[in-house]
Design a protein around this ligand. Structure first.
Ligand SMILES: NC(=O)c1ccc[n+]([C@@H]2O[C@H](COP(=O)([O-])OP(=O)(O)OC[C@H]3O[C@@H](n4cnc5c(N)ncnc54)[C@H](O)[C@@H]3O)[C@@H](O)[C@H]2O)c1
Length: 263
């Protein structure tokens, strides 16, 4: 009779929020192609989510899409319940869903705008991390979380009080959870991208002159791709990254090092 202690470890299951677009899409594809079933969330664009699922299937992977507002507690509960019913306990989480800065200066910013951004970029990761950790702790299992922050978690921009405050908060959420969850073997890391060519930079994608001007400010000489960020995310989720927790990895072609030049 087979000895239960030699039974295979449970199959990993991943949730990627914002998996219908940009960095989330690239990460979901990479994870699914690596053999882990993936649940992507989409906000409004079911067609985009279906296209990602088709790519996953074409590559031999497994995935489903669940419409989710990550800032809504009940929606996050429903997301995890759906994922667990389909694939089992979720032990890999990538928080990529998010909104960009509004560009509105403080005196003109409505509370509703600040709240909208906080809900997507900060409450979302709080809610998804909490739900995943509850299930993992109940099952006595470890896991991995990657929170997609931004170089603006540290580097402020005028008109970015909504985004920069949310990402600054996300950096501390990541560090605090890493400390709290290390004894449970749940690793929590951040990824802080610079300029990445996704719909979040649609204006630069649509206007070659704007793209050229922005890329000229990046020491590496170009913007990054979502696939490059996905490689980093996949590494942080891989067995090779065991023992890495509580850090944020910057991926920006040295853009964030250019502050205070020439003074
Ligand atoms: N693209 C960049 O240059 C860049 C740079 C730094 C950080 N980031 C971060 O990377 C992450 C992914 O961004 P991206 O570049 O892939 O942009 P993206 O716009 O392509 O993807 C973000 C996705 O999040 C979804 N979303 C927004 N609010 C949501 C909510 N409340 N609930 C669920 N989904 C929601 C959107 O629908 C969108 O599909 C974001 O957190 C962003 O802040 C991006």
């Amino acid at each position: 009779m087979a000895d239960a202690s030699f039974s295979k470890p449970p199959q990993s299951v991943a949730i990627v929020t914002g998996g219908e677009s940009g960095i989330g899409r690239a990460a979901a594809l990479k994870i699914a192609i690596g053999g882990t079933p993936v649940v992507i969330t989409y906000f409004a664009d079911r067609g985009a989510a279906d296209a990602v699922l088709a790519e996953i299937e074409h590559a031999g992977g497994h995935g489903i899409a669940v419409q989710t507002d990550v800032g809504d507690e009940q929606a996050v509960e429903a997301l995890f319940a759906h994922a667990e019913a389909e694939f089992g306990i979720v032990d890999r989480l990538v928080n990529s869903a998010g909104l960009n800065m509004s560009g509105v200066m403080l005196r003109d910013m409505e509370l509703a705008q600040f709240d909208r951004l906080m809900r997507a970029d900060l409450y979302g990761p709080f809610l998804t991390c909490r739900r995943m950790v509850r299930a993992l702790e109940d099952a006595g299992r470890g896991g991995r979380i990657v929170n997609i922050s931004s170089i603006h978690e540290k580097a402020p921009r005028s008109g970015g009080v909504d985004y920069d405050a949310a990402k600054g908060g996300l950096a501390q959420l990541t560090a605090t959870l890493a400390l709290e969850l290390a004894p449970k073997q749940i690793a929590v890391n951040g990824v802080a991208p610079g300029m990445i060519l996704t719909p979040m930079n649609q204006s630069a994608l649509d206007h070659p002159e704007e793209l050229k001007r922005k890329e000229a400010a990046i020491p590496w000489g170009r913007a990054g791709t979502p696939e490059e960020v996905a490689e980093l995310i996949a590494f942080l989720l891989s067995p090779a990254a065991d023992y890495i927790t509580g850090t944020t990895v910057t991926i920006d072609g040295a853009l964030s090092l250019t502050v205070a030049q020439g003074a």
